[in-house]
Design a protein around this ligand. Structure first.
Ligand SMILES: [Zn+2]
Length: 301
């Protein structure tokens, strides 16, 4: 990725206080603005003039991850009528990927990714950091349907668990077909060596952390740099893991657990300024669903 082109004039502009920008509403990606006290690590980056803006966002938090809170995951379904699936849904995500329950298959076919570099903006959604591609960043193909890559965001710890174990981080690459169906590719990370894609976003994450702007940095980002490194994956039908918890989301969770450093995981979380250490929804009941694990027959993975 061309780091230098990423640091565009928008980065410089983002340091100038300006009127609050409201991201466009999306049917599967509603805005959930949220504010809180600044994270101590980045206090020194915060321009004084941003405080008013910062405080004004405080009341906008519509949901959070406080396990005992009014706006916590147990109550998401009661906050808005349109969020009902969060409580009443029967195909919710995330789930535990328990190996005994997984159907091992070899017919799903290799995950077909055809991405290309495109302009993207890094946004603080108040509950996570999201990298949103403005241009055509390519697509994946599943069962003959093309799903266009829209955005990528991160949860820590991971939302999906493997045999009950949460990992340090989970990336969600969100795709949408022309007729509005959603397919998410999830990538799990444990603490270890740096992830090169996150390393390439370091400066941008710092700039978001320092400015409290919702969308601060634009530039060309190549989604091919988000490494998967495995042909094995889990496949199941679930939901969005944030309100409105819309169902019939086609999930692909890459089997291989990758690594990121503690610092990278912390950077993603601290930049959000939401007073929370986590943004992972609790595990949801699997009900009558099956989870498939695709393993190619040639086992050259
Ligand atoms: Zn997500």
């Amino acid at each position: 990725m061309a780091n230098s082109s990423f640091i565009s004039t928008q980065l410089l502009q983002s340091r100038i206080p300006e009127k609050k920008k409201l991201p466009t509403a999306k049917k599967f990606d509603p805005r959930h603005g949220k504010a809180s006290n600044p994270a101590p690590l980045f206090d020194h980056f915060l321009p004084r003039s941003c405080f008013a803006y910062h405080i004004s966002r405080k009341d906008e938090a519509e949901f959070n991850y406080d396990p005992n809170g009014e706006k916590g995951p147990a109550n998401w379904g009661r906050i808005h009528p349109e969020w009902g699936a969060c409580s009443n849904g029967s195909m919710q995500s995330p789930i535990d990927l328990l190996s005994e329950r997984v159907d091992v298959v070899s017919h799903l076919g290799r995950l077909s990714r055809s991405y290309n570099p495109a302009n993207a903006t890094l946004m603080n959604r108040g509950h996570d950091m999201m990298l949103k591609w403005e241009g055509a960043a390519g697509s994946i193909e599943i069962n003959g349907t093309e799903y266009l890559l829209k955005q990528c965001h991160w949860h820590s710890p991971s939302e999906h668990t493997i045999n009950g174990k949460r990992l340090a981080l989970e990336a969600h690459m969100v795709h949408e077909s022309l007729d509005g169906r959603v397919a998410v590719v999830g990538i799990l990370y444990m603490i270890g060596r740096p992830d090169s894609f996150l390393s390439s976003l370091r400066k941008q994450l710092q700039s978001v952390a320092g400015t409290y702007e919702r969308d601060t940095v634009a530039g060309v980002v190549d989604p091919r740099n988000i490494k998967i490194g495995s042909r094995k994956y889990y496949r199941y039908i679930g939901s969005l893991t944030i309100p409105p918890c819309t169902e019939n989301v086609l999930w692909t969770i890459v089997r291989k657990v990758r690594t990121a450093t503690r610092e990278q995981v912390r950077m993603l979380r601290v930049a959000v300024h939401d007073e929370s250490d986590t943004n992972a929804r609790p595990i949801q009941p699997i009900n009558s669903r099956t989870v498939k694990l695709f393993r190619p027959e040639d086992k050259d993975d």
